[in-house]
Every structure is written in C-alpha cells, then in structure tokens.
Write a protein that binds this ligand. Structure first.
Ligand SMILES: Cc1ncc(COP(=O)(O)O)c(C=O)c1O
Length: 401
C-alpha cells in the first residue's frame, strides 16, 4: 500500500459522517479512477494452482468468488460500517435477506425472539410462519411498553428485535433501555434502522448489538435497487457472513455501486425529507378533515422527547387518519395526482399508501387493531418535491372527503 493511501486511511479513522459517506471503503485500482468502479465479475483469476489453494484455505488474502467477496460490495460494506460506527458490515440481496440471515446465523431451534409489534409486516410473517416452522418462537409486544418487553422475556430469549421510529405510526422505542434489558438476560438487541439511517440515529452507539437495513429505502434514496445490510461487532457479523456465503443472498455489485452513490447524499437527503415531512405533518394536523397525525416531530406525539434525544431529526415518514372509513381513505388516495401510490418509501418521490390493505394487509384484523392500523389511516413517505406542491396534492385528497 502506498504512503498516501495509508495516510488517507488514517485520516478517515478520525473523519465525520459527511466525509465517511463519500470517502470510506474506496480502494483505487491501478487505473487511477476517481469514482468507485463496478466489479461485474462472478469469479477471480489466481496466479497459480498454489495461489488458488491458498486463497481457498484462507492463508492468502484476496477474492475467490463473488458469493464470498466482491470489491464493489466490500466498499459499500466498509462505508456503511463506518457510517453506523460498526466494526464490520455484510451486504445482502434485500432488507428481508438481512433480517433472515441474522436470525438463521444467530439462532437455533428452541430459541425465542421478542419482537416489537410495530415492525414491517413481512418481518412479522417471516418470524411467525417461517422461523416458527423451525422451532424458533416469537412473542410480539407493544413497541413502547417497556414493562411488556420485560414481562415477556423468557429463559430462552436470545434476540430482541425492533424498529424505531416504527412504520407507519412513528412510535419511538428507547433503544438504550432495550439494549440494557437484552444484555441483562444474555440476549442480543437487533435494530432495524431503515427509517432513520445512520445519518439520524446510530443504534450501536446506544447499545444495540446489530443494525439491519433495507438499503432499498433511504440508502439508495431514489427507488432503484433492492439490497440490505447487517452491521455490528466483527464476531457477530462474521457469523452472518458465514451463513450468507453458504446460502447465497449476496448483494449484486451493480446494486452496491448504486447504494454507494446513494450514500454520498444520504445526510443531505434525509434532512430535506425530514424538513418536508415536519412541515407537511404540521399542516395536516391543522386540517379539519384530518382526525389525527402521527409524526414524532410533532410536540404532542408521545415519542417526541425521546426522538429528540435519540435522533438528529424525525425522518420522512408520517401517517394520518382521515375523518371517515376505509372508503374515505381510498377516495383521498385516489384523488391525489402528484404523489405515487406505491408501498415503497425512502425515495425522492413522495409515496402514499393505505397500510391496512397493503403493507399490513396480511396481519389479522385483531393484530391491526392492536397495532393501531385503522381503516382510515394513510401513510405518506415524504419526498423532496416542493412542499407547496405536496400540500396542494393533499388538498386534492381532502377535497373529496
Ligand atoms: C422497516 C423495513 N425493514 C425491512 C424491509 C424489507 O426490505 P426489502 O424490501 O429491501 O427486503 C422494509 C421494506 O419495506 C422496511 O420498511
């Protein structure tokens, strides 16, 4: 390694988030390219049979096969680890692959997961339907009820899992308290940091053991690619990595490159998303036909003070209940013209969705009731369009109620 590169790596050790977002993890090739290249190769050539054997048995460092390592994917992993303040990170083909790989790598039959009720619907399905099939049981508790978390701990509880802020009601969970609870019982705390990203919240610094992401959302930021990542201590990430190498839910190098470009503007985007969402939440809460707005940036939200302590801003996702029933919520959504009716979020383009019949449609009515996903609830993932144009589109929705 040349002197300048060695010293640059040292400088990066001390660097701040904005610098890490554009610089960390990059190793230039002999071509001297300025931007990160995409290594679209499934395998790598060895100098000799001896070298091939040494790469395979691990005695010689270097690439072997892209299910194991890929330079573009590695740059993304190192950059994300730097942003989350993690020792290591491993990339996956999607956010769900990150969650599944974490659970399969760390848990075994007979173990118990304690999970917030307010997590992404597919996570709930995966835990109950699929992990349950292999003897891993899950108990769901109200995200913000610390006593319920404590009461639900069992001797075989190995993993606590939560999202904060939650989707779609913006519930805020005290990550420091949950980490303490997990560790007191010899369990790990895994936090899905999709809604904040490391630009707003660093769960590892608050005591979590692992962070998982759907890179598909704000890390990309422009709705292009699917991907995921798991970050944390090297010991735990190595366990997940070993599973991924065997099972194959690896990130594609092209997607890793897209995410690298996304990370470069992450903080700027998430702050702009947060500013637009706050203004829209304040405006919606003044509208007669809106029953209630859920956004932790509003002072009357129960998680407001905790969100201020735990996060740098409140994020881009808000939800609101219109006065009326499911038909009214659907009429509102159908009357919009600018925003996109789609379940994705974390995009520069604003999206709108009816959670009860889409993202949370697979939950039972009872579970939806407990989680507060009522039929008149609408979720908006606020993008970067002009705020006045967004308000005008919401007015189109309000005008048909
Ligand atoms: C909070 C959260 N976690 C995980 C996922 C799953 O990510 P992916 O769609 O990349 O598999 C999503 C997707 O919407 C999500 O919103």
């Amino acid at each position: 390694m040349d002197e300048r590169l060695k010293e640059r790596l040292q400088v990066l050790q001390e660097a701040e988030l904005d610098t890490l977002a554009v610089r960390s993890g990059q190793v230039r090739t002999m071509e001297g390219e300025h931007a990160e290249p995409i290594f679209l190769t499934s395998s790598y050539v060895f100098d000799s049979a001896e070298s091939a054997a040494a790469r395979f048995d691990g005695s010689e460092p270097g690439n072997v096969y892209s299910r194991y390592t890929n330079p573009t994917v590695r740059t993304f992993e190192e950059r994300l680890a730097a942003l989350e303040g993690a020792e290591a990170a491993v990339a996956t083909s999607s956010g769900m692959a990150a969650i599944l790989s974490t659970c399969i790598a760390l848990l075994k039959s007979g173990d118990h997961i304690l999970c917030s009720r307010s997590v992404f619907g597919t996570t709930t399905v995966m835990f109950t339907k699929y992990l349950g099939k292999f003897g891993i049981e899950t108990t769901f508790v109200t995200a913000t009820d610390a006593a319920a978390w404590k009461a639900a701990i069992k001797p075989n509880t190995k993993l606590l899992f939560l999202e904060s802020p939650s989707n779609p009601l913006s519930e805020i969970v005290d990550i420091t308290a949950m980490a303490a609870l997990a560790h007191q019982h010899g369990a790990w705390l895994v936090v899905d940091n999709v809604f904040c990203t490391p630009a707003l919240q660093k769960p590892l610094a608050l005591g979590a053991d692992l962070v998982v992401h759907s890179a598909t959302k704000y890390l990309d930021g422009q709705g292009r690619c699917l991907g995921g990542v798991v970050a944390g201590s090297k010991v735990l990430v190595d366990e997940v990595l070993a599973f991924i190498r065997s099972a194959g839910p690896t990130m594609s190098p092209f997607n890793a490159w897209v995410f690298l470009k996304g990370l470069e503007t992450l903080r700027l985007r998430i702050e702009a998303h947060s500013a637009n969402a706050l203004t829209l939440a304040q405006w919606l809460s003044q509208q007669e036909k809106v029953e209630k707005v859920f956004y932790s940036g509003l002072p009357d939200h129960p998680g407001h003070e905790l969100a201020k302590r735990q996060q740098r801003a409140f994020g881009g996702v808000l939800a609101f209940r219109v006065r009326g029933d499911k038909a009214a919520a659907w009429r509102f959504i159908n009357a919009t013209r600018l925003v996109s009716i789609t379940a994705n979020l974390g995009d520069v383009k604003t999206t709108i969705v009816h959670p009860a019949t889409t993202t949370h449609g697979r939950l039972s009515q009872e579970d939806r009731d407990i989680a507060g996903i009522t039929d008149n609830l609408i979720r908006v993932a606020v993008g970067l369009e002009d705020i006045e144009d967004l308000k005008a589109d919401m007015l189109r929705g309000l005008s048909v109620l």
